[in-house]
Design a binder for this molecule. Structure first.
Ligand code: GTP
Ligand code: MG
Length: 200
């Protein structure tokens, strides 16, 4: 898919205030600092469209970006940010779960996973929760530039094995690097194919 335009539309914490039109949208979710906002910039080839930071907790609201005037990318706050109590750490921010449960325009969520780490309970729990709520998702492994090919392969295989403890089949997944541009065409083609299905 060719990106012709990418425009920031609005930020808010209330799903009822999100854009009213019926365009399909795709949301990026995952732990703080996993690279959600960076991935949006990489896909759109824009340095500062979404705000990024080396410190976790940068994105605090639901952010809508209108792409090619006919679909939205949504940047969400991270979960699992450590500067909250242990109890809160395990729960997902209420407006995030409400966004997933109430937003009818949401076609698919991309769950971002840092490819360097072994499977984290909070990510597995979030995917489980999506499954229980019948919300479609795909996995995006991020920061692939940080690992050598063999280590990357080993980590992806270990993750697949972990997923098979819960899931009958491994969800669709992508391997990306925002700094190197890996995975850009695959992700955009995937979204393009779904948009075409939605529009049919
Ligand atoms: P929150 O908004 O805080 O939830 O974080 P986020 O998931 O939006 O992460 P963000 O895009 O702000 O990136 C966090 C840090 O990771 C920044 O320092 C980025 O430069 C870095 N980063 C993101 N993606 C990549 C990548 O693919 N490779 C490398 N090497 N660094 C990355
Ligand atoms: Mg962010």
């Amino acid at each position: 898919m060719k990106i012709v335009s990418a425009e920031f539309i609005m930020s808010n914490s209330d799903v009822a205030k999100c854009p009213k039109n019926k365009l399909p949208e795709y949301a990026f979710i995952g732990r703080s600092n996993v690279g959600k906002s960076s991935l949006i910039n990489m896909l759109m080839q824009r340095k500062n469209l979404a705000k990024t930071s080396g410190r976790p907790g940068k994105t605090q609201l639901i952010n809508h970006f209108l792409i090619n005037d006919n679909w939205y990318l949504v940047d969400l706050p991270g979960y699992g940010y450590a500067r909250v109590s242990k109890k809160d750490k395990k729960t997902f921010q209420k407006f995030i779960t409400q966004y997933f449960q109430k937003r009818k325009q949401l076609v698919l969520g991309f769950v971002l996973i840092d490819c360097r780490h072994e499977p984290q309970p909070i990510d597995l729990e979030f995917m489980q929760w999506l499954g229980e709520n019948q919300l479609p998702f795909a996995i995006v492994f991020t920061k692939a530039d940080k690992l050598k090919p063999n280590a990357l392969k080993a980590n992806i295989e270990a993750y697949q094995k972990k997923l098979l403890e819960t899931w009958e089949t491994i969800p669709t997944y992508f391997i990306t690097s925002s700094s190197k541009g890996y995975g850009r065409d695959q992700l955009l083609d995937y979204i393009d194919a779904i948009n075409k299905e939605v529009n049919d």
